[in-house]
Design a protein around this ligand. Structure first.
Ligand SMILES: [Zn+2]
Length: 372
């Protein structure tokens, strides 16, 4: 039932013929899981909360960082250092106390995804990497729930709602394995703040439509569309996407779908050389040569003591630092994403002793040097 307060709060959408009190009650009965409280998750969560979805689950292991603030609109300067899901819960409850917010302050893994997903009607993919997107897709196909997917890259965004149970394609029908030329995430490629806002808002919109569709049993929700938005050209394009009859996931009976860790592009080429911050710091730092592959402004803001600054752009131009191949090289960027490409370039150049800092400089606890 809707309370008097709720009838008043939602009156602008209650008057819409496609929602009405029955639609509003359907939203109130619905449970949506948002994986990632970042650039996409923040605007989605705000709208889903404001619109009166009954329960929202938020999964994100990260803490708020200064670099998040330009696009992650739930967070402010005073939240820096706090758990994203805790801050999100507090802010969203202030917005609408009728919505129950459940938080999961850890990473989604093959060990926990089924247990979490089975309690939700729909999943919103707010992640920025292929490993997470594959896990979300595979788990959702297995649990027979829809996923509202979005991705961002520089000036462009993509959006689709996948629901294999309906007969439509899944994410793996489009990308069976991580494409080598598409390993960019927002840290590597750069991202416009308002683009995350547009795509995250569209995700909320699609999620609301799916939840209402479920209520009214509309037959006309088309699960075979992929929207492409080019912000630079101010152009939206809708493409038809097809189900792949040989899809490695949705062509299988759900009980036969086995969740697997997605091998990163590096793993596929035979060398997963990630080393964690903790592993490095437990060792004698002097035995390593650290190479910072970030941009000059990032280097100036702070870098590992005694590191060599060698931006990724130089490596891409086939310029390499003069190093003894016997030295143990550890590459790092801000969060560990960009270095994957750098490791590949070093390998291609004949270096064998190369690894990279898994979590990147953002998690570094050792001595830091800043440039004035
Ligand atoms: Zn598929």
């Amino acid at each position: 039932m809707l309370s008097t307060e709720e009838l008043k709060r939602y009156q602008k959408q209650l008057v819409l013929a496609d929602i009405g009190p029955e639609g509003q009650k359907a939203l109130k009965r619905s449970k949506v899981l948002c994986v990632g409280a970042g650039g996409l998750g923040c605007p989605s969560l705000i709208y889903l909360t404001a619109t009166g979805v009954g329960e929202l689950g938020i999964i994100d292991p990260d803490k708020v960082d200064l670099t998040n603030l330009h696009r992650q609109v739930l967070f402010t300067e005073k939240d820096i250092g706090q758990s994203k899901v805790n801050v999100a819960k507090e802010k969203l409850t202030e917005l609408n106390h009728n919505v129950s917010i459940k938080i999961f302050p850890f990473e989604l893994t093959i060990k926990n995804s089924l247990e979490i997903f089975k309690n939700y009607d729909l999943v919103l993919d707010g992640t920025d990497n292929f490993e997470a997107k594959f896990l979300i897709n595979d788990t959702a196909v297995k649990c027979e729930i829809p996923v509202v997917y979005a991705s961002l890259s520089q000036w462009e965004g993509q959006l689709a709602t996948f629901y294999a149970k309906s007969g439509g394609p899944c994410y793996r029908c489009i990308y069976p394995t991580p494409p080598k030329d598409m390993i960019l995430n927002c840290e590597q490629a750069g991202i416009l703040c308002a683009l995350a806002g547009v795509m995250g808002t569209l995700q909320a919109f699609e999620a609301i439509k799916v939840l209402l569709t479920k209520q009214f049993k509309y037959k006309n929700f088309d699960y075979s569309k992929l929207l492409h938005f080019d912000a630079m050209k101010m152009q939206f394009q809708t493409l038809k996407i097809e189900k792949d009859k040989n899809c490695p996931v949705c062509s299988l009976p759900t009980e036969k779908i086995v969740l697997k860790e997605t091998q990163s592009v590096l793993c596929q080429t035979g060398f997963d050389l990630a080393i964690s911050v903790k592993e490095v710091q437990d060792k004698d730092l002097s035995q390593y040569v650290f190479i910072d592959i970030r941009e000059p402004f990032e280097w100036k803001l702070g870098h590992i003591e005694n590191a060599i600054h060698w931006p990724l752009s130089k490596l891409k131009s086939h310029e390499f630092p003069n190093l003894d191949n016997m030295e143990k090289i550890i590459l790092y960027c801000q969060s560990g994403i960009r270095t994957k490409e750098a490791v590949q370039l070093f390998k291609d150049h004949g270096y064998t002793n190369v690894s990279y800092l898994k979590e990147g400089f953002s998690h570094w606890q050792g001595p830091v040097v800043t440039c004035s």
